[in-house]
Write a protein that binds this ligand. Structure first.
Ligand SMILES: [Zn+2]
Length: 464
């Protein structure tokens, strides 16, 4: 009996070991587990490709397309800038593949004649324009440097399909959703919006081996538990609830490692990984399910780069490294531990915290309170709204102003679009942020003023 039970134990152990080898080691065994097992890198992070310094050197003078700063450009302006770059002599082909809800053209750009089809789509969220800017720069590289070995390699081995500005109506308003209020990246299953249908048909038509879902994320994200702002975050979206890893997804992770490798020298510690909870309404998750190795790239923020023009260059370099590793096949065998080793997107820090002041609103008793403000455009600090008022000690924000021994007075907040009429005077969560900081309770000795938008030339009293 003893012997038998030993044999049984040995068999059990062997079968456990075997099943451990057969199933993916990083696959969670329960869908309710919050994250898949981590996989540690077993080799050093690959170095940046040999062309990285040379292309980075060319970027400002010869690749960055002018006219796309500020980043809130309308879609018509982008096409005006991009169209001269997309001629037949430069080997581009452009065709209309549909219209947005408001009748703006949706266009598919093709370049290259290699066997690997790659589909890149940008700005399905209308207020996320970094990739769209970087795509224009990429068009310039492909069209104006045809003999560069990197460009020749891309041309021979890949066919690049671009769907820039998936959501032109949203871009025209610089808002996330389309004109009908639909979040196109939650419309991959229902396909209710014309923009989502156009993307799905294009995907069906091309059957791309690789896909790039190009976005911007909130600039408040911290890398893991650190206080470091995330500049770029990456995701190989899952194709099921278990977040299993098949060959399709593994290839996307390899490509993400190539992106990390080129960006690491400049952005070490500021590159993160998106949460990989399966979302059956989202395009990246479904394109992975449909067999396309998909990489989500998100531009976060870099302090002092309100128009994301620096981030645009990093984004460009990241996309280029991804396309090159696909063209050369060098992604095969990259250590995906370097993907898992990226910190996850952590906490989102709110934008601006005014600490230690006394809030004075006409007609109400004054009170000691901190004031938290979020901006519609966090990097340029425009469109401020009061988020919270009260004891916010212990909270962290992207920027803090010390108003100790000072007074915060509500200012009239002119309602936009109405010439005379309504003005609100309050410091209340949800309301527009219009206030001043002064040294005296009456508000004569004013040290800082905010009327929705921060004036960058007007420095606040003290910051930390
Ligand atoms: Zn987005």
């Amino acid at each position: 009996m003893k012997l038998n039970s030993r044999i049984v134990s040995a068999l059990l152990l062997a079968s456990l070991l075997l099943s451990g080898c057969n199933s993916m080691p990083f696959e969670s065994d329960s869908p309710t587990m919050s994250r898949p097992m981590q996989m540690k890198p077993t080799s050093p992070l690959p170095s940046a490709p040999a062309w990285a310094d040379e292309i980075a050197g060319l970027y400002e003078g010869q690749l960055r397309v002018k006219g796309l700063d500020p980043r809130t450009f309308p879609p018509e302006l982008w096409w005006e800038v991009a169209t001269p770059l997309l001629t037949q002599e430069r080997r581009f082909h452009v065709r209309e593949i549909g219209q947005s809800a408001e009748g703006r053209p949706l266009r598919h750009v093709t370049w290259g004649n290699g066997p690997i089809p790659v589909l890149l789509w940008s700005q399905m969220h209308g207020d996320e324009s970094t990739a769209t800017m970087a795509l224009a720069d990429l068009f310039r590289l492909l069209g104006e440097h045809p003999d560069h070995p990197l460009v020749a390699r891309l041309r021979q081995n890949t066919t690049l399909h671009f769907f820039p500005l998936v959501n032109p109506d949203g871009a025209a308003r610089f808002q996330r959703t389309n004109a009908q209020g639909i979040d196109i990246n939650r419309d991959a299953r229902a396909l209710a919006s014309p923009e989502a249908r156009a993307l799905k048909s294009l995907h069906d038509e091309l059957g791309p081996r690789f896909g790039f879902n190009l976005h911007d994320q909130r600039p408040g994200y911290r890398a893991g538990n650190s206080d470091r702002q995330v500049a770029i975050s990456l995701l190989s979206p899952p194709f099921d609830e278990n977040r299993a890893i098949n060959d399709v997804r593994k290839r996307a992770m390899e490509v993400a490692v190539a992106i990390r490798a080129i960006l690491e020298p400049q952005l070490a510690g500021h590159i993160a990984r998106w949460d990989d909870t399966f979302s059956p309404r989202a395009f990246g998750d479904l394109t992975t399910q449909w067999g396309t190795s998909t990489v989500l790239i998100e531009a976060g923020g870099i302090d002092g780069d309100p128009q994301k023009q620096l981030l645009r260059r990093h984004y460009f370099m990241g996309m280029l490294a991804a396309l090159d590793t696909i063209a050369s096949g060098s992604h095969a065998g990259l250590d995906i531990g370097h993907y898992f080793a990226l910190p996850q997107n952590g906490e989102v820090w709110p934008d601006l915290l005014i600490r230690g002041g006394t809030v004075v609103v006409n007609g109400l008793p004054s009170l000691r309170a901190d004031v938290l403000i979020d901006f519609k455009h966090p990097l340029s600090e425009e469109g401020g709204k009061i988020k919270e008022v009260g004891d916010l000690s212990g909270m962290q924000a992207r920027r803090s102003i010390d108003a100790t021994n000072m007074f915060i007075q509500a200012l009239p907040c002119p309602v936009r679009g109405e010439e005379h009429t309504t003005q609100t005077v309050s410091i209340t969560p949800g309301k527009a942020a219009c206030l001043q900081i002064s040294r005296d309770p009456e508000g004569h000795d004013i040290v800082w003023t905010l009327v929705r938008d921060v004036n960058p030339r007007h420095r606040p009293p003290s910051e930390h």
